[in-house]
Design a binder for this molecule. Structure first.
Ligand code: ZN
Length: 477
């Protein structure tokens, strides 16, 4: 087992040095590598396979909801950015601008999209003419660029992958309803696909998207008690419709502006699931997104019949729709155990001559580290299906318990500071003014993550005035 210990010790301690633990895990499990340009990352095949699984789950749900995919250009005329005043102010510090191309200076600089409200607004302005054209609901899967000086793989990089959905409706009510519906869709994906509990709610003015009337977010609690914003939806009112002339002739013959909304999740979700479920041994991947759900490790693989039995089992599981693989490399079983545990594969089947003879298989669960040799080979498909389901439920329950145990109340700034210092989310009253929000930030380095649906607090945590909103405050990534 000496090799075991060595392997584990290659990852920094999760309790005392969580940032290094995270870096070690994403690099050593080959999810990502650093790109040659500061702020960029390479998503390696194992990491990209996770993204593809997340993407497929979300894309299916969008299509069921009636949203269509489209693709808009990467380059956006600089003049578009300045059409919505708040939008340009919010994004100006982080946009990358193309000034030269084809060996010459461009007449108008082009922005590398940081998000596509402007260019999609422009196209909507062309495509929408009558109430019959509405609603128009589109989504695109693409990359965006928001300049960063540091690199935190999946959490903070200049370029990242995401989806951005954009809809235009004839009425404010419909656009607002879609903003909330998409938030619920994200919450379901977090629960059913990532096994990750989240808090959802409206963002404060300070934290909202540049140019939006209202922003809603979902926040997940990471292992260290910090919050990770994992998805946002925005109701734009007529801000972008007016800036880009998105007008339609209504049933009454009058020319009216549409109401727009947008929503997005990104490769940040991979960071979220790593920091929600991981442990000292490395990743723990939720079964719905794990590139390999079951790794089969042959025991005494040189013995006659062992590899054949492993391959036959792999084929059966694959046929049943389970992502299975056999590790028939030259490494020792112990080495393979460590490797696949670090890579977070939900289940491992150990299959050797004794198992084959007795018609059984040994199954190891990555999340609980439990091992049992009581499973019958002939009903492997049913057993593995059942276990994968069970793991989903238990991963979610475990994370949910942790989150609920770590939401504390505060009546004063001192209590709030103590709460976030202890790795908690803090529920507290707020009077609604920007100064008090800034005071919390300054005093406790915590920000308002989302507002609770109802105000259940009496006083503002910062100034003592009557509370207008109950807010979840936390330190955030
Ligand atoms: Zn106040």
């Amino acid at each position: 087992m000496a090799k075991n210990d060595k392997f584990v010790s290659q990852i920094a301690d999760i309790e005392t040095d969580f940032p290094q633990w995270y870096t070690d895990v994403v690099i050593k499990t080959k999810l990502v590598d650093y790109g040659p340009v500061k702020g960029t990352m390479v998503i390696r095949p194992y990491g990209y396979a996770i993204w593809e699984n997340i993407q497929r789950e979300i894309d299916t749900r969008f299509k069921q909801a009636g949203v269509e995919n489209a693709y808009f250009p990467l380059l956006i005329p600089m003049s578009f950015m300045t059409k919505e005043a708040e939008h340009v102010e919010g994004f100006a510090p982080e946009v990358a601008v193309v000034t030269h191309a084809g060996g010459a200076k461009l007449e108008e600089p082009l922005v590398v999209r940081p998000t596509s409200e402007t260019i999609i607004g422009h196209m909507m302005g062309k495509w929408v003419e009558s109430w019959r054209d509405l609603p128009l609901r589109m989504n695109q899967w693409c990359n965006v660029m928001r300049w960063e000086k540091t690199t935190r793989p999946f959490l903070r990089t200049s370029e990242f992958l995401w989806q951005e959905g954009h809809s235009v409706y004839a009425s404010a009510e419909e656009a607002e309803a879609e903003t909330l519906a998409m938030l619920r869709l994200y919450e379901e994906v977090a629960r059913d696909v990532l096994c990750m509990p989240v808090l959802t709610g409206r963002k404060t003015e300070k934290e909202k998207f540049a140019g939006a009337v209202a922003t809603y977010g979902m926040e997940a609690m990471m292992h260290d008690g910090k919050s990770l914003q994992s998805g946002t939806t925005h109701y734009m009112g007529q801000n972008f419709a007016k800036a880009f002339g998105v007008q339609f002739t209504d049933k009454d013959g009058a020319l009216k502006y549409g109401y727009t909304m947008s929503y997005g999740v990104s490769t940040r979700l991979i960071g979220a699931l790593i920091m929600t479920h991981g442990d000292q041994r490395g990743l723990i991947l939720p079964p719905p997104v794990a590139p390999v759900q079951v790794i089969i490790v042959p025991i005494a693989q040189k013995k006659e019949g062992v590899l054949e039995a492993c391959s036959a089992l792999e084929a059966r599981l694959k046929k049943a729709g389970i992502r299975a693989a056999v590790d028939d490399s030259d490494n020792s079983p112990g080495w393979k155990f460590n490797e696949w545990e670090m890579k977070g594969v939900p289940l491992r089947i150990e299959l050797g001559p004794r198992d084959i003879e007795s018609g059984k298989m040994t199954v190891f669960r990555r999340d609980t580290l439990e091992k049992s040799d009581e499973y019958l080979l002939f009903e492997a498909e049913t057993a593995i299906f059942g276990l994968l389901q069970k793991i989903c439920g238990e991963l979610y329950a475990r994370a949910e318990t942790r989150m609920h145990d770590r939401i504390v109340e505060a009546n004063t700034l001192e209590e709030l500071l103590r709460g976030v210092d202890g790795g908690n989310f803090v529920r507290a009253g707020w009077c609604g003014c920007r100064e008090c929000e800034d005071k919390v930030k300054e005093f406790a380095q915590a920000t308002a993550r989302v507002m609770a649906k109802e105000n259940t607090s009496e006083r503002c945590v910062a100034c003592g005035a009557p509370s207008v909103h109950t807010v979840f405050f936390a330190r955030a990534y």
